[in-house]
Ligand binder design. Structure first.
Ligand code: ADP
Ligand code: MG
Length: 252
């Protein structure tokens, strides 16, 4: 029996910035509907890994496959690959000069050539789903940070991407706005999205992750289901990292 092709396969990926190794041979498979959460100290390589998957950074060695397609092949068309991946970053997600609805419909219309009326119907449906239909014709600066990130997520899923990459999407938010954004990610998981995300929100990672990957210095130190990583970490580095997080006041 052949195994189902993973949505994402990261195979031996290495990346240097100058002489500094930032990813030192990363191997990860992400199955359809799986939620994989990257944790690790600042500078451990989480963002760089997500950027190599979105082709914002080139790998120096190894390969990355999206549904079996080698996206690190230099002949590949980066835009057509990016059109298959939804991305939300910590900051600066929305186009400030476009209304909320136009932010959400832009890629459908410009990349996928969906007709305006159809894109807007679907955009409004998405806004209803995230409880922000009333904001459709507002500009992003009229929304709270939490609402903006929810719109950014809606925009990322509007084109029904095969994979969703989320990089510290709550790190810039006031604490009282974090929950509404993470709740939406939880709903996407229930709806079947395939997600790889970096976060400092350990209790969320415990609740939503199918698999937690602890990175340190560009290496996967330990990976496993959340109960294993959070309750019984095997590696001293994982133990030290989690104990620092606990001392910083973040229970999980
Ligand atoms: P994380 O997201 O886990 O905080 P990053 O992937 O942002 O980690 O960074 C990993 C390492 O790569 C850090 O040492 C960082 O300083 C370095 N780095 C990231 N981006 C660049 C860049 N564009 N040029 C040089 N070094 C970088
Ligand atoms: Mg980062």
């Amino acid at each position: 029996m052949t195994e189902k092709t993973p949505v994402l396969r990261v195979d031996g990926v290495q990346k240097w910035f100058g002489k500094t190794p930032v990813l030192q041979g990363i191997d990860i498979d992400v199955a359809e509907h799986e939620v994989v959460v990257l944790i690790g100290a600042s500078g451990s390589g989480k963002s760089t890994l997500l950027k190599t998957i979105n082709l914002l950074e080139r790998v120096d060695d190894g390969q990355i496959f999206l549904q079996g397609d080698d996206i690190t092949d230099p002949r590949v068309d980066a835009d057509s690959i990016r059109a298959r991946i939804g991305v939300v970053f910590q900051h600066y997600n929305l186009f400030p000069h476009l209304t909320v609805l136009n932010n959400i419909t832009l890629a459908s219309r410009s990349v996928f050539k969906v007709r305006k009326a159809e894109a807007e119907t679907r955009g409004l449906e998405l806004l209803r789903r995230i409880g922000l239909e009333a904001k459709a014709h507002e500009y992003p600066d009229r929304l709270s940070g939490g609402q903006q990130q929810r719109v950014a997520i809606a925009r990322a899923i509007a084109t029904e991407p095969e994979l969703l990459l989320l990089d510290e999407i709550t790190s810039a938010l006031d604490p009282q706005l974090v929950g509404e954004v993470l709740d939406l990610v939880g709903e996407l998981k229930v709806a079947g999205s395939t997600i790889m995300m970096a976060t400092h929100e350990m209790s969320f990672a415990r609740r939503v992750a199918d698999r937690v990957i602890f990175l340190s210095n560009g290496t996967i130190v330990e990976a496993g289901p959340p109960e294993q990583i959070f309750d019984a970490p095997e590696h001293p580095e994982t133990q030290a990292f989690l104990s620092r997080v606990r001392h910083a006041g973040q229970g999980f």
